[in-house]
Design a protein around this ligand. Structure first.
Ligand code: 13P
Length: 296
């Protein structure tokens, strides 16, 4: 069934373990369409950077479904001759059904986000899904506490992770743990000052495994670097690429290039090209900060 699609996609377990051991972080980048995917894969290949390509449930729906995503990513890996390690990851899977569906369709990594459930139920469901995933070669991310703000319809209060829960859930066979550490999805509000490094330190001491920083857009560089030294091994980025795409596309339109009918500036391949280049540039800048650039 699923495994026929796993020609080149890799499980993210070794990526994050190496990152954890050597104190850098793998970039997880959310995709929305072909342009996003291609720009990230090209950027990763050119810079020899291992990468995690991720889809929220909303992005899966937007693109048409899991088979479109798996087919598109695998097709690009082949046709662009991508040789660096790439994992295809489900971001914030809210139900066991979507997690299983992605695994069966050929994703090589999943997140079950049971943070909206009472902790006991989150733990039980995480355990069951880890067991299900063992038949497939996929990596597994769980979440405790919650990430503030909103990510494609997933809303969190920003509750800090509990070290006792971190220790317990780390033992059920997961490969990486996301936790609330004062991080927020989307643009950080003006009042926001810092990640809670005290919480991160306690959680890392409790779980001793690669941890995931959600809401990776807009965190000052010194805080990103400090978080990596304290156990963050995967950093999730969505908004930052969207803003880069927005700015570049806005420039193209403000310069009225889309209205140049002689040069066919209305051709979507031309209209979307500056945004794609901007995604690639932002990708390269971020993986340089994360320390994963050149690690493939
Ligand atoms: P940002 O949109 O804030 O970058 O967060 C992305 C994320 O955490 C995806 O899980």
């Amino acid at each position: 069934m699923a495994q026929i699609y796993h020609k080149k996609l890799v499980n993210a377990k070794n990526m994050v373990l190496n990152a954890h051991k050597n104190k850098y972080a793998i970039g997880h980048f959310n995709i929305n369409n072909l342009e996003w995917t291609k720009a990230i894969l090209e950027g990763a290949q050119e810079t020899k950077t291992p990468v995690i390509i991720a889809t929220s449930e909303g992005a899966i729906k937007y693109m048409g479904g899991v088979n479109v995503v798996v087919g598109m990513v695998n097709g690009l890996l082949d046709d662009l001759n991508i040789t660096i390690p790439v994992a295809l990851h489900l971001d914030h899977g809210q139900s066991p059904e979507i997690v299983k569906k992605c695994i069966e369709a050929g994703y090589s990594s999943v997140m079950f986000d049971g943070s909206h459930l009472p902790y006991g139920e989150n733990l039980t469901k995480t355990k069951e899904l880890v067991k299900f995933s063992e038949k497939f070669n996929v990596s597994f991310e769980a979440e405790i506490g919650s990430i503030g703000g909103e990510e494609d319809g997933v809303i969190g209060s920003g509750e800090l992770g509990d070290p006792i829960q971190a220790a317990e859930i780390s033992k059920v066979g997961i490969d990486m743990l996301a936790a609330g550490i004062g991080n927020i999805h989307g643009k950080y509000p003006d009042w926001w000052k810092s990640l809670s490094f005290e919480t991160l330190e306690k959680l890392q001491a409790a779980c001793k495994m690669p941890m995931v920083l959600h809401g990776g857009s807009g965190i000052p560089q010194d805080q990103v670097k400090k978080a990596i030294t304290l156990g963050i091994s995967k950093i999730n980025v969505n908004t930052e690429l969207q803003l880069s795409f927005r700015d570049a596309t806005r420039n193209y339109i403000e310069e009225k290039k889309d209205l140049d009918d002689v040069k066919k500036g209305f051709d979507p391949r031309k209209l979307l090209a500056p945004g794609s280049s901007a995604i690639k540039a932002t990708f390269t800048e971020l993986v340089t900060w994360f320390g994963s650039k050149g690690k493939a």
